[in-house]
Design a binder for this molecule. Structure first.
Ligand SMILES: *Cc1c(COP(=O)(O)O)cnc(C)c1O
Length: 361
C-alpha cells in the first residue's frame, strides 16, 4: 500500500470559482492565471475546470506548450514576456501573446523575423516597481512598438501592488489612466484582489489567479467563503499511529510540546517533505474525520501529530485533512493553515511536494 497521503484537485470547484470571479467582472474577459503549474495544482489537472476561461496567462514556454498539447487553441499570454530572441520564435510557433515591459524586449521584437505580427501587452510600472515602463516612458514605448511590422495589436496593462489591502488601487489606477488616456487598445489591469474588491477597475480583461484556487486574496479580512470560493486542492492523509500521553510526556523533535494533562495523539503521514510547512506551530488547525482538531509539537519530515483527546472515534486509518475539503465535505481553508505558517495560501499550494500523489475529482 502506498503511504497514505494524497492531494485531490476538485474540477467542479475550479469551474465554480472561475464563474464566481467572472460574476464580479461580467463585462470583462477572464485570463485564468496558471503560472507555477497552475499554482501547484498541475496544468493538466486544472485544465478541465478552467477551460471556460477566455485565455490562459502564465510565464513559462513549457507551460504554454503543455496547454497547446491539451488542445487549447485560444489566447495564451506570457506575463513576463520574452527573455531571449528565441522565445519570440516560440511565440510565433505556438501563437502566444506576450508582455513587453522593457526596451530590451522591444529590441528583440525588432530583430524577430516573422511574417505574422504578434499581439503584445505593453506593461506600465504604475507604482509597484517590479516590471514595466514608467508612466512618462509609456507613450514612447507604445509609439516604438506601434511602428514595428512585427507587432499586431497592442494592449495596455499594469499590475496592482495593494489591491488586497488598505492602500487600495486609487493611486495606481489614476496613474495608469492618465498615462494611457488617449492610447488605443484593450486594457488589462485587475488581478484577483482587484476583481473581487475593486470591481470598477475591471476593463477589457481581468487576470484571475488565486481566486480560481479557492483562496481569498484578502484573508483574514475576508475569508474565502465570504467571496463564495471553494477549495480546489485538498491535502489528506491518515493516522498511522496513536499515542496515549501522561502529563509531562513530550511529543516530537526537541520535545517542543509537553502534555499538561492526559492526552491521546495521532501521528499523521504528512510532513514538511510533503509541502506541509515545518513552521506551523502547535495549534495549527486540521480536520480529523471532518472534525476540527489541531497539530501538536514540531512538524517532522514525514509525520506530524494531532490532538485526538476529544475525538475518541479517531483511530488508525482515520482521515486527516491538512487543508481543503474532508472527504465528508467539511472545509478547512488553506488560508487558515497559511496564516499559522505566516504565509499565504499561494505559497502552500505552490509548494505541494512532488512525492504527494494527486488525483483529480
Ligand atoms: C500572478 C499574476 C496575476 C494573478 O494574481 P492573483 O493575485 O493570483 O490573482 C495577475 N497578473 C500578473 C501580472 C501576475 O503575475
Amino acid at each position: 500500500m502506498p503511504r497514505p497521503i494524497q492531494a485531490t484537485v476538485h474540477t467542479q470547484a475550479l469551474r465554480h470559482n472561475l464563474q464566481t470571479a467572472r460574476a464580479r467582472a461580467p463585462d470583462a474577459r477572464a485570463w485564468a492565471v496558471v503560472k507555477a503549474n497552475a499554482y501547484g495544482h498541475g496544468i493538466e489537472r486544472a485544465f478541465e475546470g478552467l477551460r471556460g476561461a477566455d485565455g490562459f496567462a502564465l510565464l513559462d514556454l513549457d507551460e504554454a506548450q503543455r496547454l497547446r498539447a491539451l488542445g487549447w487553441r485560444g489566447p495564451i499570454l506570457l506575463l513576463e514576456g520574452a527573455f531571449e530572441l528565441r522565445d519570440l520564435e516560440w511565440c510565433s510557433r505556438l501563437d502566444l501573446w506576450h508582455t513587453v515591459h522593457n526596451e530590451a524586449q522591444i529590441d528583440m521584437l525588432a530583430a524577430h523575423k516573422t511574417n505574422v505580427p504578434q499581439r503584445v501587452f505593453l506593461k506600465m510600472n504604475s507604482g509597484m516597481n517590479r516590471l514595466g515602463f514608467r508612466p512618462e516612458q509609456y507613450r514612447a514605448a507604445w509609439t516604438r512598438l506601434n511602428a514595428l511590422p512585427q507587432v499586431d495589436e497592442i494592449s495596455l496593462m499594469t499590475h496592482f501592488s495593494d489591491a488586497d489591502g488598505a492602500i487600495g488601487v486609487a493611486r495606481q489606477l489614476a496613474t495608469f489612466d492618465a498615462a494611457s488616456a488617449d492610447l488605443p487598445g484593450e486594457r488589462c489591469i485587475s488581478n484577483s484582489a482587484a476583481t473581487l474588491r475593486h470591481a470598477h477597475c475591471a476593463n477589457d480583461w481581468v487576470r484571475i489567479g488565486i481566486a480560481l484556487y479557492g483562496s481569498a486574496p484578502d484573508h483574514p479580512e475576508h475569508p474565502a467563503a465570504h467571496w463564495g470560493l471553494q477549495p480546489t486542492m485538498s491535502l489528506r492523509a491518515q493516522i498511522i499511529a496513536t499515542q496515549d500521553l501522561a502529563p509531562g510526556d513530550t511529543v516530537g523533535y526537541g520535545s517542543a510540546f509537553v502534555a499538561e494533562r492526559a492526552m491521546r495523539i495521532g501521528v499523521v503521514a504528512c510532513g514538511y517533505a510533503d509541502g506541509y510547512p515545518r513552521i506551523c506551530p502547535t495549534g495549527t488547525p486540521v480536520l480529523v474525520n471532518g472534525m476540527r482538531s489541531h497539530t501538536v509539537g514540531r512538524v517532522s519530515m514525514d509525520m506530524l501529530a494531532v490532538d485526538l483527546t476529544d475525538l475518541p472515534s479517531a483511530t488508525l486509518g482515520s482521515e486527516v485533512t491538512l487543508w481543503g475539503a474532508a472527504s465528508t465535505g467539511q472545509v478547512l481553508c488553506i488560508d487558515e493553515v497559511a496564516a499559522c505558517a505566516q504565509t499565504l495560501g499561494y505559497e502552500l499550494m505552490c509548494a505541494l511536494a512532488q512525492r504527494v500523489p494527486v488525483v483529480v475529482e
